[in-house]
Design a protein around this ligand. Structure first.
Ligand SMILES: [Zn+2]
Length: 69
């Protein structure tokens, strides 16, 4: 399905089994887990497209972002 590329802000493709995120515009190629961490770390405004994935941990992520550095 189509998602927003965290690098170039254009259309990227999320695999149907949520295993992979690819963007043909900038060459982005990462696992969904890496993608979630990437956008959560860089763009809190993308929380909308993460949906249930972060919903259960919301409130905890703010204090743990530094651990991803
Ligand atoms: Zn891109």
């Amino acid at each position: 399905m189509k998602i927003i590329c965290p690098k170039c802000k254009k259309n990227a493709e999320l695999a149907m089994d949520f295993s992979l995120v690819k963007c043909e515009n900038c060459g982005l190629d990462m696992s969904y887990g890496e993608y979630v961490k990437f956008i959560a770390h860089n763009e809190t405004t993308y929380s909308d497209i993460l949906g249930d994935y972060t919903g259960s941990t919301e409130g905890q992520t703010a204090g743990s972002l530094d651990e991803w550095d």
